[in-house]
Design a protein around this ligand. Structure first.
Ligand code: GTP
Ligand code: MG
Length: 614
């Protein structure tokens, strides 16, 4: 007996923490086993950022039933992956934070799950929060279901009140939960058993991929029908319309390895049958949305659309004066090979050649999606440069230019509502909803061109003194919104190569927020800080104090410097302008002007003015 369940929610609403507790309470760990928190977030970037990046499978047993669980990422950039995952489950557990309530991503994943006819279970989570309002959130979720045209059966979903952290669930708030038994019971009662006929010919849809350097591409999905054995010859059908595939255009091969899931492990098995979720390898042409079948019954299942990328950046060979100093892999060949290798496993990514062999355009679902690739590559020892992100435009039915729009949700204390609206206006944000859930907070929803959000996050945090929360996700394509204003402030550009000196920063810091700190190496054209005024400024950050008598640079110690602004990759992506680049190395993230010498920049600016005037 099997149940297949995906856990879906907005980012941070507690999915992975709940899986910890489900594993623990179902006895997946040995009694004295040391298990890390959020154990499913197993890759280093997930641990560092505290978010789930890749969906992962696990399974527990409860009262003799195997429950396959898919933990999904909540960040909007990975919404497409969640959508694909839903094809291998029969029910979803929708988690909603008891204070935040339904968020844009809750709406997105709930809409997808309901549309597929999946049976939902709702968990109003984090009821231990001091600001939890579980009853209000209960109503909001019901409202969302009605809004999304849930079927009467779906509206009948059980609602549980849970604390992922404490590992408790209860159906009635008056009776606090003591463990997750009510949740397990709801899964057995409400998630339908998978329907496939175990005696029919083998059939399975590839819902998601994994990759190992040893086995190559690994397909993960639910067996729709029949059984599969290691060593079986099976067909992997090309993408296309559902139905019988008549021509033998498919890959026919032997299943070399077959796995099912159990706790934190993948277990190698010889055979698996209808309804179970498996991972299998042995095929060259594994792709999401393809169907595996028995060779003599090549019946294709409806495929899965992979979402189109909405933003793109250039990956450029590092040609800064410091190129090759900090990375192992720096050549255009190495960069190109690495990017193409990424396509193997990163299905929502596109890589395109450009006019220059040193530059590849890489398109993805958002800044986080691309930022994670960059971060992974620098950890592997790559050095490269990245341009400012561009949105991917499309042509509308009448040949007009369209650009991606996002839904932006901000939660801010009432007193900051004005400044948020004032800033989003010129960015072409249109307010679509305003709600006042109480406790002095307002929730504003905007429709805004994706371009309009570039660089907004840092402004938002400053404007709301760190008290605001913002989330955005792709909505649709809409009319090109015309030119948008860029960064308000200019940058301080180093005018020569050298070591940064505290004395120089001491003189600059009244007019600037520095990005560098004494001892850092800079080159001409590198950005050393942000000016407090518009317009760029060339500055000497290596300038020593004139030594009068015996004093040395040790007197620098008397200068009190503001801490430099920490430049993270995502910050840099939002920050830079068209004439700037991010230099990414295993040790540093530097911002620079594309044109390095002050003279050449002046010439370029003059040429641009002439071109504008003519
Ligand atoms: N107070 C409280 N905090 C919780 C609870 N569950 C999770 N958290 C905290 O919320 C944060 C996010 O938890 P995760 O389990 O990583 O959330 P997630 O939904 O898996 O997040 P993504 O995978 O990134 O979408 C962590 O800091 C958890 O400790 C809960 O029941 N109560
Ligand atoms: Mg998670």
């Amino acid at each position: 007996m099997i149940r297949n369940l995906a856990i879906i929610a907005h980012v941070d609403h507690g999915k992975t923490t709940l899986v910890d507790q489900m594993l623990r309470q179902a006895g997946a760990f040995r009694a004295n086993q040391q298990v890390e928190e959020r154990v499913m977030d197993s890759n280093p970037l997930e641990r560092e950022r505290g978010i789930t990046i890749l969906a992962k499978n696990t399974a527990v047993r409860w009262q003799g039933v195997k429950i396959n669980i898919v933990d999904t990422p909540g960040h909007a950039d990975f919404g497409g992956e969640v959508e694909r995952i839903l094809r291998m489950v029969d029910g979803v557990l929708i988690l909603v934070d008891a204070a935040e309530g339904p968020m844009p991503q809750t709406r997105f994943v709930t809409r997808k799950a309901l549309a597929l006819g999946l049976r939902p279970i709702v968990a109003i989570n984090k009821i231990d929060r001091a600001d939890a309002e579980p009853l209000r959130v209960h109503d909001e979720v019901l409202g969302l279901f009605i809004d999304l045209e849930a079927t009467p059966e779906q509206l009948d979903a059980p609602f549980l009140y849970t604390s992922s952290r404490a590992g408790t669930a209860t159906a009635e708030l008056e009776h606090p939960g003591t463990d997750l038994r009510p949740l397990f019971q709801a899964i057995l009662d409400y998630v339908p058993a998978p329907k496939g006929d175990p005696e029919g010919p083998f059939q399975m849809l590839v819902s998601t991929l994994d990759f190992s350097s040893f086995l190559g591409r690994i397909a993960i999905g639910r067996i729709e029908r029949g059984r599969v054995r290691v060593g079986d010859q099976v067909a992997l059908l090309p993408l296309g319309q559902p139905g019988i595939v008549t021509e033998e255009t498919f890959e026919r091969n032997r299943v070399t390895r077959l796995y099912t899931f159990d706790g934190l492990n993948r277990v190698e098995v010889d055979v698996a049958g209808a309804g179970d979720i498996v991972a299998l390898s042995g095929f060259e042409t594994i792709e999401i949305g393809k169907t595996f079948t028995a060779v003599d019954a090549p019946e294709r299942l409806a495929g899965i659309a992979v979402e189109e990328p909405t933003i793109s950046v250039d990956f450029i060979v590092n040609n800064s004066p410091f190129a090759g100093r900090e990375g192992k892999y720096v050549t255009s060949r190495q960069l190109k090979d690495r990017l193409y290798r990424e396509l193997e496993r990163n299905v929502a990514l596109r890589v395109e050649e450009t006019d220059s062999p040193d530059t590849h355009a890489v398109a993805g679902r958002g800044e986080l999606h691309l930022g994670i690739l960059m971060e992974t590559m620098r950890r592997e020892g790559f050095e490269f440069q990245v341009s400012r992100p561009r949105v991917i435009t499309k042509l509308g039915p009448g040949g007009e230019r369209l650009e991606p729009y996002e839904e932006l949700t901000v939660d801010v204390p009432e007193e900051y509502m004005g400044v948020v609206m004032e800033k989003l206006g010129p960015r072409r944000g249109e307010m679509t909803e305003m709600r006042n859930p109480g406790q002095g907070m307002v929730r504003l929803t905007f429709r805004i061109p994706a371009r309009g959000l570039f660089g907004y996050r840092s402004e938002f945090l400053t404007d709301t003194r760190g008290t605001g929360i913002m989330h955005h996700r792709f909505l649709d394509y809409g009319p090109w919104a015309g030119p948008l204003a860029g960064r308000k402030r200019g940058v301080m550009v180093a005018d020569r190569e050298g070591s940064v000196v505290a004395f120089a920063l001491g003189n600059l810091q009244e007019r600037a927020q520095m990005f560098v700190t004494p001892g850092d190496h800079v080159y001409e054209g590198m950005i050393a800080g942000e000016s407090s005024r518009p317009g760029d400024m060339d500055v000497n950050v290596t300038k020593e104090k004139k030594l009068t008598n015996m004093r040395t640079t040790a007197s620098d110690e008397n200068i009190i410097l503001e801490p430099p602004r920490q430049i993270t990759l995502e910050y840099a992506l939002e920050y830079i302008e068209e004439d700037e680049l991010i230099e990414v190395t295993p040790k540093n993230i530097r911002l620079r002007k594309r044109v390095l010498t002050a003279n050449d920049r002046k010439k370029a600016a003059r040429a641009a003015r002439v071109a504008d005037a003519s």
